[in-house]
Design a protein around this ligand. Structure first.
Ligand SMILES: Nc1ncnc2c1ncn2[C@@H]1O[C@H](COP(=O)(O)OP(=O)(O)O)[C@@H](O)[C@H]1O
Ligand SMILES: [Mg+2]
Length: 298
């Protein structure tokens, strides 16, 4: 059994707000009874609309919050069994890239010092060795080694996300949680960053939990997909099966919500739908032309 991440019956309840100072908290059940499995070196896509509990699940795996119920295991780590202190080895094994690279990169520090920090903490590197390793990391994500002296604001959105990926990779994690890592980028930059992530996975065998609201993006990176709705996983399966033969009506709705990249295709699709409505419909013409993002295929 080569499961790296194993989640069982995970439940997260936030205390929530009080409608009035004298009334009790109104708890929010953000995640309810979720089971997930992710094998070593593979990608599990977690998809669902905003508010469905994806980030909460990611934060529970990162142990940034303590679940109300269920278990999380990552390799030999019993994550839900941790006390207040999370072992440094666990912090190293599981890394994260957030959606907003501006928020997650230090505004004043150089990118080089941002990348150096984890190397110093986890591997005790310094001096020449540290500088070389920082340069290697930058090159690994398609940037130049001499960009180490620059600050976050001197980079484009895509470059900043590359730096965030480099920082996560610095400690050689076994699991990388990517929470909407390309959602803030334009479409062509998205494909480049996704291609980079796939390349890195091929070379390093890092497993990804890839969180996104956009099924078209998730599809092209994931081996398996789990669809979340209102805190629950409503469907799980191999990526192509989930996208081509969705079993749950909610998954079908997500597929139909995938935006068309080109206006001409959008118009064609709308026309097809009008025709379909006008005549007695058979089948679903809309699902036949999901956007062509095959350029991200390797
Ligand atoms: N700190 C919090 N306190 C209370 N409720 C929260 C908190 N964070 C998220 N929620 C709620 O939990 C639910 C799931 O949120 P989230 O995990 O961020 O979803 P997603 O990442 O899929 O958009 C939402 O209803 C959200 O409003
Ligand atoms: Mg989120």
């Amino acid at each position: 059994m080569s499961d790296l991440l194993r989640v069982r019956g995970l439940t997260v309840r936030y205390p929530g707000r009080r409608p009035w100072p004298w009334s009790p908290h109104r708890p929010v059940d953000a995640v309810t009874g979720v089971d997930l499995d992710l094998e070593k070196g593979r990608t599990l896509g977690l998809v669902g609309e905003s508010g469905s509990g994806k980030s909460t699940l990611g934060r529970a795996v990162l142990r940034l919050l303590r679940p109300s119920g269920g278990t999380i295991r990552v390799g030999e780590f019993d994550v839900t069994g941790f006390g207040l202190r999370v072992p440094l080895e666990y912090r190293r094994a599981v890394q994260v890239v957030w959606q907003d690279p501006f928020g997650s990169l230090h505004p004043v520090r150089t990118v080089g010092s941002t990348l150096a920090e984890p190397l110093r903490i986890h591997f005790g590197l310094d001096g020449r060795e540290l500088r070389d390793r920082v340069g290697e990391l930058l090159e690994r994500v398609g940037l130049d080694a001499d960009m180490a002296d620059r600050r976050a604001h001197e980079f484009s959105g895509g470059q900043r996300q590359r730096v965030a990926i480099a920082r996560a990779l610095a400690v050689r994690p076994r699991l990388l949680i990517l929470d909407e890592p390309v959602s803030a980028l334009d479409v062509s930059t998205q494909s480049q960053v996704i291609a980079l992530l796939r390349e890195i996975q091929r070379d390093t065998g890092t497993a990804y939990l890839f969180i996104a609201h956009d099924l078209a993006v998730v599809r092209h990176v994931s081996h398996r997909i789990a669809v979340m709705r209102r805190g629950r996983v409503v469907e799980t399966g191999p990526s192509d099966r989930v996208c081509d033969e969705p079993a749950h009506p909610y998954t079908r709705a997500l597929i139909e919500a995938v935006p068309e990249p080109e206006p001409a295709r959008q118009r064609a699709r709308r026309a097809a739908r009008r025709t379909a409505r006008g005549t007695a419909t058979s089948g679903t013409p809309e699902t036949a032309d999901t956007p062509d993002t095959s350029d991200t295929e390797s």
